[in-house]
Ligand binder design. Structure first.
Ligand SMILES: Cc1cc2nc3c(=O)[nH]c(=O)nc-3n(C[C@H](O)[C@H](O)[C@H](O)COP(=O)(O)OP(=O)(O)OC[C@H]3O[C@@H](n4cnc5c(N)ncnc54)[C@H](O)[C@@H]3O)c2cc1C
Length: 457
């Protein structure tokens, strides 16, 4: 059997696997990515959150969202019981996921990383210092020998030890034909919520999220139950026609438990978010961007491996917890209106949500004397410096998610010296303007003030 050698084997070519392979090849690591199926392939996660633009810019591939198959500038309406809301069209993107995932993988193939596709990783045998994977390709079986494995197989990764992060949820989705408004619609009901989005000329997708019990209690075929839930939501325009029978899939959020040396799980293989936020793709890419320097550190013999492992653990838990509280708050809004068990279960985490930092005013007055809040503490914590994870002296405050050593990529340590004596806001800006631009200095002061890290004397 032909054997291929690499430093990192990435299994799965969805957004997480592709972004991780790109991030690692930028760090000059050799990578082989195996994707089981030929692209384009359909995927249900089509409403993409705006944070993805920045991530793709960071990876140097912003053009993948420019394809005309993606629909920018749609309006968004959320009918959420008592609270209806809308988003600016600039914040809504309905992607052709087949196109998006294909184009992401094409950027990997044109980097220094190697892509095998279709290539199913059938078995991975681990040993001290690496692994050997058996890979079924169109040209026959191959062996890939790697020092590190990244599992980016999505929900199908088959890892059993998963901790549920929310109530069991099932999604039923179908494609519709007919004229629709250029609007993404979202609506809540007694025991379900629904979103519908235009996906092309005279085509749209409508997805119902409910509990497995509620779906079970409805009578008839899956199609009948799907139509019934959509009817309750009153979200579809008249005259639409269902193109093919609907499908059901699991949409329960979870976090994978337990780590293994020489292997990281990223994207949905590691953690799946509540689908309410439509930010699964952004979170999958986020985990890939975090995994890049973590793996780079673990593959550098002289680097601090325990810092890398701690950094990875804290980031993935923080990401999941933040999102869980956010989703629970939205569910609590709907619970106030519908008052049913469906929403009560989902809103349960809302009471534990940390209040967001209070911002008294946007900026202090120029002559305001400032000092560091007495709630600020300094701790040794792992953080990212250049391409490696290291332990640094970090600042912590209850208004922050985690200890930090940098704000917006800038080291905090020199900034903090400004609060050593009695300094006015204007003096802080003048001092910081000697290292950064005056605009940046004002922006940084706004951040210190908004998080109440700098407070009035
Ligand atoms: C009902 C539902 C609705 C959603 N809606 C949205 C939404 O609107 N917006 C959003 O941002 N997110 C949404 N999501 C979530 C989003 O789709 C996922 O978070 C995202 O696709 C995760 O990316 P990934 O790369 O981790 O996994 P995936 O995109 O699932 O990719 C995994 C890849 O691994 C490959 N693979 C699997 N096994 C092997 C193997 N053995 N060998 C080689 N390759 C393998 C698969 O073929 C696949 O291409 C939704 C999820 C659900 C369940």
């Amino acid at each position: 059997m032909m054997t291929l050698d690499t430093e990192v084997l990435v299994i799965g070519g969805g957004p997480a696997g592709a972004a991780c392979a790109l991030a690692l090849s930028r760090l000059r690591r050799s990578v082989i990515l195996c994707e089981e199926v030929s692209f384009p392939r359909d995927h249900i996660g089509i409403c993409l959150s705006p944070g993805l633009f920045k991530q793709l810019e960071f990876l140097g591939v912003p053009h993948v969202l420019e394809h005309p198959a993606h629909r920018h500038g749609l309006t968004f309406e959320r009918r959420w019981g008592a609270i209806d809301s809308a988003l600016a069209p600039s914040e809504v993107l309905v992607a052709d996921r087949g196109r998006f995932d294909s184009d992401m993988l094409a950027t990997v193939a044109s980097s220094s990383a190697r892509v095998l596709q279709p290539a199913r990783v059938a078995k991975v045998t681990r040993f001290a210092g690496g692994c050997v994977a058996n890979v079924a390709t169109a040209a026959g079986m191959r062996q890939v020998r790697a020092a590190f494995v990244v599992d980016a197989r999505g929900r199908s990764s088959g890892h059993r030890a998963r901790r549920r992060l929310g109530a069991p949820t099932v999604a039923v989705h179908g494609t519709w034909r007919g004229e629709v408004r250029p609007t993404v619609l979202m609506s809540s009901n007694g025991s379900s919520w629904v979103w519908a989005a235009p996906t092309g000329t005279r085509r749209s997708l409508a997805v119902v999220f409910t509990s497995p019990d509620a779906l079970h209690r409805l009578k008839g075929s899956l199609e009948k139950r799907y139509l019934r839930l959509l009817e309750e939501a009153d979200i579809l325009e008249r005259g639409l026609e269902l193109v093919s029978p609907p499908h059901a899939c699991d949409a329960t959020p979870y976090l994978t438990e337990g780590g293994e040396t020489g292997l990281l799980r990223i994207g949905d293989a590691d953690a799946a978010l509540d689908p309410l936020s439509s930010s699964g793709v952004q979170a999958a890419v986020q985990s890939a961007l975090c995994a890049g320097p973590v793996i780079n550190t673990l593959l550098t013999p002289s680097a601090d491996h325990s810092a890398a492992n701690d950094y990875w653990s804290s980031r993935r838990i923080a990401r999941s917890e933040t999102h869980k509280s956010w989703a629970a708050e939205r569910y609590a809004e709907a619970f106030c209106f519908h008052g049913t068990e469906f929403w009560k279960d989902r809103a349960a985490a809302a009471s534990a949500a940390r209040p967001s930092p209070v911002s008294p005013t946007l900026l202090p007055f120029p002559d305001q004397l400032l000092m560091l809040s007495d709630q600020v503490t300094f701790v040794e914590a792992p953080c990212l410096v250049d391409d490696l994870v290291v332990r640094e002296r970090c600042l912590f405050h209850p208004n922050l998610d985690e200890p930090i050593a940098f704000v917006d990529g800038l080291a905090l340590r020199p900034m903090i010296k400004a609060f050593a004596g009695k300094t006015t806001a204007a003096q802080v800006v003048t001092l910081w303007s000697s290292f950064y631009t005056p605009e940046k200095a004002v922006e940084l002061l706004r951040w210190f003030w908004r998080h109440q890290i700098a407070v009035a004397c």
